[in-house]
Design a protein around this ligand. Sequence first.
Ligand code: RB9
Length: 327
Amino acid sequence: QTGSAPNHPSDSEDDEYITNVSIGTPAQVLPLDFDTGSSDLWVFSSETPSSSARGHTIYTPSKSSTSKKVSGASWSITYGDNSSSSGDVYTDTVTIGGFSVTGQAVESATKVSTQFVQDTSNSGLVGLALDSGNTVKPTKQKTWFSNASSHLAQPVFTADLNHQADGSYNFGFIDTTLASGPITYVPISTGNGFWEFTSASYAIGGGSSKKHSTDGIADTGTTLLLLDDTIVDAYYNQVESAQYDDSQEGYTFDCSEDLPSFSFAVGSSTITVPGSLINFAPVDGNTCFGGLQSDDGIGISIFGDVAIKAALVVFDLGNKRLGWAQK
Ligand SMILES: O=C(CNCCc1c[nH]c2ccccc12)Nc1scc(-c2ccccc2)c1C(=O)NCc1ccccc1
Protein backbone atom coordinates (compact mmCIF):
# COMPACT_ATOMS: atom_id res chain seq x y z
CA GLN A 1 0.00 0.00 0.00
CA THR A 2 1.02 3.62 -0.62
CA GLY A 3 -0.20 7.18 -0.16
CA SER A 4 0.38 10.34 -2.14
CA ALA A 5 -0.69 13.83 -1.03
CA PRO A 6 -0.08 17.17 -2.74
CA ASN A 7 1.35 20.10 -0.81
CA HIS A 8 1.41 23.80 -1.64
CA PRO A 9 3.23 26.87 -0.27
CA SER A 10 1.16 28.72 2.37
CA ASP A 11 1.96 32.19 0.95
CA SER A 12 4.02 34.12 -1.61
CA GLU A 13 7.19 33.58 0.47
CA ASP A 14 6.99 29.76 0.77
CA ASP A 15 6.86 30.29 4.57
CA GLU A 16 5.39 26.81 5.07
CA TYR A 17 3.86 23.98 3.06
CA ILE A 18 0.27 22.85 3.55
CA THR A 19 -1.37 19.47 2.94
CA ASN A 20 -5.06 18.61 3.48
CA VAL A 21 -5.57 15.78 5.99
CA SER A 22 -8.83 13.91 6.73
CA ILE A 23 -9.55 13.19 10.40
CA GLY A 24 -12.49 11.23 11.83
CA THR A 25 -15.78 9.78 10.58
CA PRO A 26 -17.28 11.45 8.63
CA ALA A 27 -14.02 13.04 7.43
CA GLN A 28 -13.11 16.44 8.79
CA VAL A 29 -10.53 17.95 6.39
CA LEU A 30 -7.88 20.23 7.91
CA PRO A 31 -4.97 22.05 6.19
CA LEU A 32 -1.88 20.92 8.14
CA ASP A 33 1.85 21.70 8.07
CA PHE A 34 3.89 18.46 7.68
CA ASP A 35 6.88 18.81 9.96
CA THR A 36 9.84 16.41 9.79
CA GLY A 37 11.41 18.48 12.61
CA SER A 38 8.92 17.48 15.32
CA SER A 39 6.91 14.43 16.37
CA ASP A 40 3.45 15.61 17.46
CA LEU A 41 0.30 15.62 15.30
CA TRP A 42 -1.67 18.47 16.85
CA VAL A 43 -4.70 20.40 15.61
CA PHE A 44 -6.88 23.40 16.34
CA SER A 45 -10.08 21.90 17.71
CA SER A 46 -13.44 22.49 19.35
CA GLU A 47 -11.41 22.69 22.58
CA THR A 48 -9.30 25.63 21.34
CA PRO A 49 -10.60 28.95 22.72
CA SER A 50 -12.82 30.35 19.97
CA SER A 51 -10.93 33.66 20.00
CA SER A 52 -7.75 31.70 19.15
CA ALA A 53 -9.43 29.38 16.65
CA ARG A 54 -11.00 32.18 14.58
CA GLY A 55 -9.96 31.79 10.94
CA HIS A 56 -8.76 28.20 11.46
CA THR A 57 -10.56 25.01 10.44
CA ILE A 58 -11.09 22.93 13.59
CA TYR A 59 -11.35 19.22 14.46
CA THR A 60 -14.43 18.41 16.58
CA PRO A 61 -13.89 14.97 18.15
CA SER A 62 -17.51 14.79 19.38
CA LYS A 63 -18.67 14.83 15.74
CA SER A 64 -16.52 11.83 14.84
CA SER A 65 -17.95 8.35 15.48
CA THR A 66 -14.42 6.90 15.53
CA SER A 67 -12.85 9.35 18.01
CA LYS A 68 -11.82 8.13 21.48
CA LYS A 69 -10.43 10.31 24.28
CA VAL A 70 -7.08 9.10 25.64
CA SER A 71 -7.88 9.47 29.33
CA GLY A 72 -5.30 11.26 31.43
CA ALA A 73 -3.11 12.13 28.46
CA SER A 74 -1.76 15.63 27.74
CA TRP A 75 0.86 17.23 25.54
CA SER A 76 2.87 20.45 25.43
CA ILE A 77 5.42 21.61 22.85
CA THR A 78 7.63 24.71 22.46
CA TYR A 79 9.57 25.39 19.22
CA GLY A 80 12.78 27.35 18.71
CA ASP A 81 10.89 30.52 17.74
CA ASN A 82 9.22 30.27 21.17
CA SER A 83 5.88 29.42 19.61
CA SER A 84 4.02 26.76 21.60
CA SER A 85 0.84 24.77 21.97
CA SER A 86 -0.60 22.24 24.41
CA GLY A 87 -3.74 20.23 25.15
CA ASP A 88 -5.28 16.79 25.50
CA VAL A 89 -5.34 13.72 23.28
CA TYR A 90 -7.80 11.69 21.19
CA THR A 91 -7.32 8.79 18.84
CA ASP A 92 -9.11 8.75 15.51
CA THR A 93 -8.75 7.65 11.90
CA VAL A 94 -6.33 9.92 10.01
CA THR A 95 -6.14 9.66 6.21
CA ILE A 96 -3.30 11.23 4.22
CA GLY A 97 -3.05 10.87 0.45
CA GLY A 98 -5.60 8.04 0.47
CA PHE A 99 -3.83 6.00 3.15
CA SER A 100 -5.70 5.60 6.47
CA VAL A 101 -4.26 5.00 9.91
CA THR A 102 -6.81 3.98 12.55
CA GLY A 103 -6.18 4.78 16.22
CA GLN A 104 -3.83 7.68 15.38
CA ALA A 105 -3.11 10.03 18.30
CA VAL A 106 -4.66 13.40 17.41
CA GLU A 107 -3.45 16.01 19.88
CA SER A 108 -6.19 18.58 20.45
CA ALA A 109 -5.01 22.11 21.32
CA THR A 110 -6.53 23.74 24.37
CA LYS A 111 -3.80 26.43 24.19
CA VAL A 112 -1.93 27.91 21.20
CA SER A 113 0.57 30.81 21.18
CA THR A 114 -0.07 33.96 19.17
CA GLN A 115 2.30 32.82 16.39
CA PHE A 116 -0.08 29.97 15.58
CA VAL A 117 -3.26 32.00 16.22
CA GLN A 118 -2.12 34.54 13.64
CA ASP A 119 -0.97 31.94 11.11
CA THR A 120 -4.36 31.02 9.62
CA SER A 121 -2.72 29.08 6.77
CA ASN A 122 -2.54 26.00 8.97
CA SER A 123 -4.82 24.27 11.44
CA GLY A 124 -2.00 22.33 13.05
CA LEU A 125 1.07 20.22 12.39
CA VAL A 126 1.76 16.61 11.39
CA GLY A 127 4.98 15.68 13.12
CA LEU A 128 7.07 13.30 11.00
CA ALA A 129 10.28 13.15 13.05
CA LEU A 130 11.08 10.05 15.16
CA ASP A 131 8.61 8.75 17.79
CA SER A 132 11.07 9.50 20.60
CA GLY A 133 10.39 13.23 20.16
CA ASN A 134 6.66 12.96 20.90
CA THR A 135 5.57 15.08 23.91
CA VAL A 136 2.44 13.18 25.05
CA LYS A 137 2.48 12.21 28.75
CA PRO A 138 2.23 9.81 30.51
CA THR A 139 2.38 7.57 27.39
CA LYS A 140 4.34 8.77 24.31
CA GLN A 141 2.36 8.41 21.06
CA LYS A 142 3.55 7.36 17.60
CA THR A 143 3.65 9.57 14.52
CA TRP A 144 1.28 8.95 11.64
CA PHE A 145 4.19 7.66 9.52
CA SER A 146 5.41 5.34 12.28
CA ASN A 147 1.91 3.84 12.57
CA ALA A 148 1.61 3.63 8.76
CA SER A 149 5.09 2.27 8.05
CA SER A 150 4.38 -1.40 8.86
CA HIS A 151 1.46 -1.37 6.39
CA LEU A 152 3.20 0.60 3.61
CA ALA A 153 4.87 -1.16 0.67
CA GLN A 154 8.20 0.31 1.91
CA PRO A 155 8.85 2.08 5.28
CA VAL A 156 9.77 5.31 3.49
CA PHE A 157 8.29 8.70 2.63
CA THR A 158 9.52 11.48 0.36
CA ALA A 159 9.24 15.25 0.47
CA ASP A 160 9.03 17.23 -2.76
CA LEU A 161 8.67 20.95 -1.94
CA ASN A 162 8.71 23.61 -4.65
CA HIS A 163 9.03 27.37 -4.91
CA GLN A 164 5.56 28.86 -5.48
CA ALA A 165 4.26 25.58 -6.90
CA ASP A 166 2.58 22.35 -5.80
CA GLY A 167 4.69 19.47 -4.55
CA SER A 168 4.01 16.13 -2.90
CA TYR A 169 4.48 13.95 0.16
CA ASN A 170 4.59 10.31 -0.98
CA PHE A 171 4.36 7.41 1.46
CA GLY A 172 5.54 3.84 0.81
CA PHE A 173 7.21 4.51 -2.53
CA ILE A 174 9.87 6.67 -4.16
CA ASP A 175 8.95 8.45 -7.41
CA THR A 176 12.43 8.97 -8.84
CA THR A 177 10.97 10.93 -11.79
CA LEU A 178 10.61 13.83 -9.35
CA ALA A 179 14.42 14.12 -9.30
CA SER A 180 16.95 15.06 -11.96
CA GLY A 181 19.87 13.26 -10.31
CA PRO A 182 20.54 10.02 -8.44
CA ILE A 183 19.54 9.57 -4.77
CA THR A 184 22.51 9.56 -2.39
CA TYR A 185 21.80 8.01 1.01
CA VAL A 186 23.48 8.89 4.29
CA PRO A 187 22.90 7.27 7.69
CA ILE A 188 20.90 9.20 10.31
CA SER A 189 21.76 9.43 14.00
CA THR A 190 18.55 8.84 15.95
CA GLY A 191 19.65 10.01 19.44
CA ASN A 192 17.93 13.40 19.28
CA GLY A 193 14.76 12.09 17.62
CA PHE A 194 15.39 13.95 14.34
CA TRP A 195 16.28 12.96 10.77
CA GLU A 196 19.85 13.99 11.64
CA PHE A 197 22.86 13.54 9.36
CA THR A 198 26.37 14.92 8.83
CA SER A 199 27.49 16.89 5.79
CA ALA A 200 31.28 17.01 5.34
CA SER A 201 31.75 20.09 3.15
CA TYR A 202 30.16 23.02 1.35
CA ALA A 203 30.84 25.26 -1.64
CA ILE A 204 29.73 28.75 -2.57
CA GLY A 205 28.86 29.44 -6.19
CA GLY A 206 31.37 27.73 -8.46
CA GLY A 207 34.04 27.95 -5.73
CA SER A 208 36.13 25.13 -4.33
CA SER A 209 34.64 22.79 -1.75
CA LYS A 210 35.54 23.65 1.84
CA LYS A 211 35.83 20.95 4.50
CA HIS A 212 33.37 21.75 7.29
CA SER A 213 31.47 19.09 9.21
CA THR A 214 27.81 20.09 9.64
CA ASP A 215 25.54 18.12 11.99
CA GLY A 216 22.09 18.95 10.70
CA ILE A 217 18.50 17.81 10.36
CA ALA A 218 16.15 17.59 7.37
CA ASP A 219 13.30 19.76 8.61
CA THR A 220 10.23 20.54 6.46
CA GLY A 221 8.79 22.54 9.41
CA THR A 222 11.54 25.19 9.38
CA THR A 223 11.37 27.72 6.56
CA LEU A 224 15.04 28.58 6.15
CA LEU A 225 18.45 26.92 5.80
CA LEU A 226 20.20 27.56 9.15
CA LEU A 227 23.94 26.80 9.24
CA ASP A 228 27.05 27.68 11.28
CA ASP A 229 28.11 31.33 11.31
CA THR A 230 31.40 30.60 9.52
CA ILE A 231 29.53 29.21 6.52
CA VAL A 232 26.90 31.96 6.54
CA ASP A 233 29.48 34.75 6.85
CA ALA A 234 31.55 33.23 4.03
CA TYR A 235 28.45 33.09 1.81
CA TYR A 236 27.35 36.70 2.30
CA ASN A 237 30.96 37.81 1.90
CA GLN A 238 30.34 36.98 -1.75
CA VAL A 239 27.27 39.24 -1.91
CA GLU A 240 28.23 42.85 -2.59
CA SER A 241 25.33 44.60 -0.85
CA ALA A 242 24.83 42.06 1.97
CA GLN A 243 24.82 43.23 5.57
CA TYR A 244 23.70 41.79 8.88
CA ASP A 245 20.49 43.66 9.78
CA ASP A 246 19.96 43.69 13.57
CA SER A 247 16.30 44.67 13.26
CA GLN A 248 15.61 41.80 10.86
CA GLU A 249 17.93 39.49 12.86
CA GLY A 250 19.58 38.23 9.71
CA TYR A 251 21.50 39.03 6.54
CA THR A 252 19.74 41.26 4.01
CA PHE A 253 20.87 42.49 0.60
CA ASP A 254 19.69 44.39 -2.46
CA CYS A 255 16.86 42.42 -4.10
CA SER A 256 18.42 42.90 -7.54
CA GLU A 257 21.62 41.03 -6.55
CA ASP A 258 22.47 37.90 -8.49
CA LEU A 259 23.10 35.54 -5.53
CA PRO A 260 25.64 32.69 -5.73
CA SER A 261 24.40 29.13 -5.33
CA PHE A 262 25.14 27.15 -2.15
CA SER A 263 26.16 23.47 -2.27
CA PHE A 264 26.41 20.99 0.59
CA ALA A 265 27.86 17.49 0.61
CA VAL A 266 25.62 14.46 1.02
CA GLY A 267 27.96 11.49 1.22
CA SER A 268 30.07 11.55 -1.95
CA SER A 269 27.52 13.76 -3.79
CA THR A 270 26.48 17.37 -3.37
CA ILE A 271 23.14 19.17 -3.41
CA THR A 272 23.17 22.66 -4.93
CA VAL A 273 20.68 25.28 -3.75
CA PRO A 274 20.33 27.86 -6.56
CA GLY A 275 20.91 31.48 -5.57
CA SER A 276 17.33 32.26 -6.60
CA LEU A 277 16.06 30.16 -3.66
CA ILE A 278 18.35 32.06 -1.28
CA ASN A 279 16.83 35.38 -2.37
CA PHE A 280 14.06 34.52 0.06
CA ALA A 281 11.72 37.47 0.55
CA PRO A 282 11.50 41.27 0.32
CA VAL A 283 11.61 42.99 3.72
CA ASP A 284 11.06 46.57 2.54
CA GLY A 285 11.67 48.65 -0.55
CA ASN A 286 14.46 47.04 -2.47
CA THR A 287 15.92 45.06 0.46
CA CYS A 288 15.57 41.29 0.56
CA PHE A 289 16.08 38.73 3.36
CA GLY A 290 18.35 35.74 2.86
CA GLY A 291 17.11 32.14 2.87
CA LEU A 292 20.46 31.08 4.37
CA GLN A 293 20.91 32.34 7.94
CA SER A 294 22.83 31.44 11.08
CA ASP A 295 21.83 28.51 13.30
CA ASP A 296 22.74 30.83 16.21
CA GLY A 297 24.92 28.16 17.76
CA ILE A 298 21.86 26.12 18.80
CA GLY A 299 24.11 23.10 18.50
CA ILE A 300 22.43 21.72 15.40
CA SER A 301 22.04 22.99 11.84
CA ILE A 302 18.66 22.95 10.12
CA PHE A 303 18.23 22.01 6.46
CA GLY A 304 14.80 23.64 6.24
CA ASP A 305 12.53 24.29 3.27
CA VAL A 306 15.07 26.47 1.40
CA ALA A 307 17.39 23.45 1.14
CA ILE A 308 14.65 20.83 0.70
CA LYS A 309 13.17 22.80 -2.24
CA ALA A 310 16.34 22.02 -4.22
CA ALA A 311 15.98 18.26 -3.75
CA LEU A 312 13.82 15.19 -3.52
CA VAL A 313 14.36 14.02 0.08
CA VAL A 314 13.80 10.37 1.07
CA PHE A 315 13.05 9.66 4.74
CA ASP A 316 13.90 5.94 5.05
CA LEU A 317 12.87 4.68 8.50
CA GLY A 318 13.48 1.03 7.61
CA ASN A 319 17.15 1.60 6.90
CA LYS A 320 17.54 4.61 9.29
CA ARG A 321 18.91 6.73 6.46
CA LEU A 322 18.17 9.93 4.57
CA GLY A 323 18.31 10.20 0.78
CA TRP A 324 18.91 13.40 -1.19
CA ALA A 325 18.56 13.79 -4.97
CA GLN A 326 19.06 17.04 -6.93
CA LYS A 327 15.82 18.28 -8.54
O1 RB9 B 1 10.87 22.72 15.53
C1 RB9 B 1 11.25 22.41 14.47
C2 RB9 B 1 10.30 22.09 13.36
N1 RB9 B 1 8.97 22.52 13.73
C3 RB9 B 1 8.74 23.97 13.59
C4 RB9 B 1 7.27 24.23 13.78
C5 RB9 B 1 6.98 25.68 13.83
C6 RB9 B 1 7.55 26.60 14.69
N2 RB9 B 1 7.00 27.81 14.48
C7 RB9 B 1 6.09 27.72 13.47
C8 RB9 B 1 5.26 28.68 12.89
C9 RB9 B 1 4.40 28.28 11.88
C10 RB9 B 1 4.37 26.95 11.45
C11 RB9 B 1 5.19 26.00 12.03
C12 RB9 B 1 6.05 26.40 13.04
N3 RB9 B 1 12.54 22.33 14.10
C13 RB9 B 1 13.54 22.67 14.98
S1 RB9 B 1 14.73 21.56 15.46
C14 RB9 B 1 15.58 22.71 16.44
C15 RB9 B 1 14.92 23.91 16.39
C16 RB9 B 1 15.39 25.07 17.10
C17 RB9 B 1 15.69 24.95 18.44
C18 RB9 B 1 16.16 26.06 19.12
C19 RB9 B 1 16.34 27.29 18.45
C20 RB9 B 1 16.03 27.39 17.09
C21 RB9 B 1 15.53 26.28 16.41
C22 RB9 B 1 13.74 23.87 15.57
C23 RB9 B 1 12.82 25.00 15.38
O2 RB9 B 1 12.38 25.59 16.32
N4 RB9 B 1 12.48 25.30 14.10
C24 RB9 B 1 11.50 26.32 13.84
C25 RB9 B 1 12.14 27.68 13.72
C26 RB9 B 1 13.51 27.81 13.69
C27 RB9 B 1 14.08 29.08 13.60
C28 RB9 B 1 13.24 30.20 13.52
C29 RB9 B 1 11.86 30.03 13.54
C30 RB9 B 1 11.30 28.77 13.63
